[in-house]
Design a protein around this ligand. Sequence first.
Ligand code: ARG
Length: 438
Amino acid sequence: MQQQKKANGGRKKARNKIVLAYSGGLDTSIAIRWLGEAYDADVVAVLVDVGQPSAGFKEALDKAKRIGAVATYGVDAREEFARDFVAPAIQANALYEKHYPLATALARPLIAAKLVEVARKEGATAVAHGCTAKGNDQVRFEVSIQALAPDLRVIAPAREWVYTREEGIKWAAERDIPLPITKKSPYSIDENLWGRSAESGVLEDAEQEPPEDCYGWTAAPEAAPEKARYVTITFAGGVPVALDGHKMELADLIQALNAWAGEHGVGRIDHIENRLVGIKSREVYEAPAAQVLVEAHRQLESLVLPRDLVHFKYAVEDRFAELVYDGLWFTPLMESVRAFVAASQERVTGDVRVKLLKGAATVVGRSSPHSIYETSLATYGKGDAFNHGSAQGFIDLWGLPSRTYAARSQPAGLAEGATEKVSREAARAGAPRNGKGK
Ligand code: ARG
């Protein structure tokens, strides 16, 4: 770099500045040097804390400097992540494809926003990330950045220069780039407050059970304690606010619950996932707190929300999850979806008791000042307040369209009922008849 200055006749030519999303790992460490060389630019490394447990922030930032970053930023976004991204996801019971709690996906728009902030402060013309061409994360970063700062250029070194892990290590060694402090894993790991994902290596064989060494947060259910642990989660407006009666910041609450539930083997998810870029991939997640909180939240909603709202919300929840997964956090649709979800949460306040045992988190009790569960209506015992006589009239009207339709079609043989058609075809195919026969 010094040499270059001399070549320019000592004139201080303003170099381009690139703000890099830096994790401290091998790829983004390499990217610091590679971007400097390939783009003849000053690189600013930004490490965002979204509650990843093992990042070693200070060492990682020092290392970035040694590799050649002209400046480094450590951004503590843990609480912000919990409050602005995870809390809405809990309210939405957000699980992509009914399984994945979206830890990585939820953090990307926030990291993108932090990159943009630093880019503005530093007067950078570009931002960079370490994602490959095969994943969702590149999409999430870039679409978020486009939404927040359409003028910024985005550079993806790992898309321009495809290297194997071995080649990367060799390249780094030749340049005295210190290798990551974290121990080498055969898997590609991403972690934050809300969960951990493991990909690649032997996990790519979808037929094989994931080996124990791909897990980092949870005990194997068979090795978990024989005795259950009970935990009471207090929600206010659909957001968890206390564990066993102790008020906690959401990020702390999630981290505590990750430890408690993880110890009981709760939170392992093995899923074939449909990536946005068309690939199916085998994902192994650990998300103990997410599994407990989403299930507890659902059960509390069931207690306080009317049936039609609960059912309508299912569709909104799936859409919410898909928008997060697809990198569309900063869009008008997401804003509207979030507004709907938020509006549904006013009465989602109360306590949920969960039993953690051998890999299972089971809701075993719930209460709320807004409960619309009426024992007097539900009971089969004494004190029954339900009007039994009204049931018959209700069914008479509820079934009216069905009766009317059946009366027109059956006697004249005009149409065959769907059930009959299915059983006739099954019989033709040689399937055993059930019960009645003909
Ligand atoms: N499949 C998950 C997702 O798309 C996890 C991705 C993990 N990312 C990573 N860079 N290892 O959200």
